[in-house]
Design a protein around this ligand. Sequence first.
Ligand SMILES: NC(=O)c1ccc[n+]([C@@H]2O[C@H](COP(=O)([O-])OP(=O)(O)OC[C@H]3O[C@@H](n4cnc5c(N)ncnc54)[C@H](OP(=O)(O)O)[C@@H]3O)[C@@H](O)[C@H]2O)c1
Length: 161
Amino acid sequence: MQAIVNVTENWGIGRYNKLLFPLRADLKRFKELTMGHAVVMGRKTLESLPGKKGLPGRRNLVLTRDESFNAPNVETVHTPLQAVFATGAEDFCIGGESVYRVLLPVIDRVYVTRVLATAEADAWFPNLDEDPQWRIERESEIMEENGVRFQYVDYVRVEKE
Ligand SMILES: NC(=O)c1ccc[n+]([C@@H]2O[C@H](COP(=O)([O-])OP(=O)(O)OC[C@H]3O[C@@H](n4cnc5c(N)ncnc54)[C@H](OP(=O)(O)O)[C@@H]3O)[C@@H](O)[C@H]2O)c1
């Protein structure tokens, strides 16, 4: 599985169940990368999406402990293992914090959008720069949208010897 995430300089990813820096270019890239694939998300992240429904053109797997949970264009899964069995190497974990954390051990590529700013956050992604299991494979140039500077940084899991 892969992951895709938008982080601040100190790896903040959200506050009050909202993105900290929604960027048009980043949302477009998110759509392009995930289109046609399965996306795994937590129930709270689903509820942060427009209309609280699954993303069009993608198979939406929502992790929840609530056996009766239902939402449009969504399949529910109740354990991380169920999500892993239902997905392949090209599919994506799209958050939030709890789902990134629980699935990180089975993720081998993370598409990070790094915003070169900080903001108060209540949700975080693990700091991959401090984790020797991860290395940067590719870093884009720095771009800017409405005064917000950002870049794309692809992390890959360091291969075991
Ligand atoms: N910056 C980004 O790229 C990005 C991307 C996505 C989300 N976010 C942000 O992340 C924040 C949300 O993260 P979060 O951690 O609070 O919520 P979350 O991971 O989206 O959803 C949490 C819910 O997922 C279910 N869940 C989690 N682990 C589970 C497990 N092991 N087994 C079964 N169900 C499980 C539970 O649902 P039930 O309570 O229904 O059982 C849990 O309450 C928001 O601020 C959002 O904006 C940021």
